[in-house]
Write a protein that binds this ligand. Sequence first.
Ligand SMILES: NC(=O)c1ccc[n+]([C@@H]2O[C@H](COP(=O)([O-])OP(=O)(O)OC[C@H]3O[C@@H](n4cnc5c(N)ncnc54)[C@H](O)[C@@H]3O)[C@@H](O)[C@H]2O)c1
Length: 336
Amino acid sequence: MEINSSNYTIYIGDDKLSSVQYQNYSQIAILVDENTKEHCLPKLLESNPSLKKAKIISISSGEINKDLSRCQIVWNELSQSHFDRNSLLICLGGGVVCDLGGFCASCFKRGIDFIHIPTTLLSMVDASVGGKTGVDFLTLKNQIGLFSNPQQVIICPTFLETLSKRQISSGFAEIVKHALISDKQYWELLLETDFSQTDWKEIINKSVLIKNKIVEEDPLEKSIRKQLNFGHTIGHAIESHYLETGKEVLHGEAIALGMIVESKMSGISQDDCNQIEQFLSKNIALPTLPTFEELEKWFIHDKKNSSGKIQFSLLTSIGKCQENISFNQQEIKKYF
Ligand SMILES: NC(=O)c1ccc[n+]([C@@H]2O[C@H](COP(=O)([O-])OP(=O)(O)OC[C@H]3O[C@@H](n4cnc5c(N)ncnc54)[C@H](O)[C@@H]3O)[C@@H](O)[C@H]2O)c1
């Protein structure tokens, strides 16, 4: 399946890895972390032997490494190997590799081409689509970054075979978000799905279509794209809090908890809130909700804020969302 975005194509299928053409570039580097190097790189090289000539750049895995010091490692490697402007960086990994790699490529020599080959469920349905690149700074999520589109996104669901159950359910949080903000029927389908048996390809197609449609309408997040932040104002604060305390909480786990709190803030019916909470608690290992006081300082830095007010994207009903809803700190506190 092919989905066209403004100036790039998203391929979904296990037969597309050979489509990267080495001869179009002077040099190619492949960015991996230690897990994608072990589990995904061999599959890529087997499907596309021309990439055996590519330079492999490896960073350590995990959100803690999505920072400027790892960008320096990438830029250093590219510079040492004399990569020019006609080079390509392939980001082979989860959201950390895609966000950081896209950012590094977009800044190197004012921008070289990059291709995302996402290898986690989360990066297949969300992080690889939409052109957001960047890194964390001072434990603030995605504080430094830019909008920059890849040349292509190649989504191969077979990469999920080596992904842990915990990582699969973290990615599932963003799928739930897509359904809750824009498609009630999709939500009802998810409620009935047995995830131990599921064929992720169909779900990936649906989620990428939703994300891509929203991004196409508002690429720079001036209006409707903010709806993709449902669950993220609280969720990013939770993620930052746990990044600072050193406890490992996955992105989707923090967002799932954020969606439970923000559903309550949405003012949708108690029954709908209970259904969302029960479904997320059943399918995702939720972290403990920090206290309001522990999260307060992180709300201030949220990128959606305007004139000192904290802005949320909240559900108006299941399948519909509204951006730019302001709350002050005291109003948020009532939900903790
Ligand atoms: N740019 C965006 O629009 C966007 C959207 C959502 C999330 N994000 C970002 O994405 C990041 C989270 O991404 P993630 O959940 O993919 O985390 P991740 O990149 O940290 O990957 C999770 C773990 O799985 C391992 N892994 C990856 N693929 C594997 C495979 N096929 N087999 C075995 N192990 C594998 C990785 O090494 C890592 O340890 C966060 O930084 C978040 O901010 C970005």
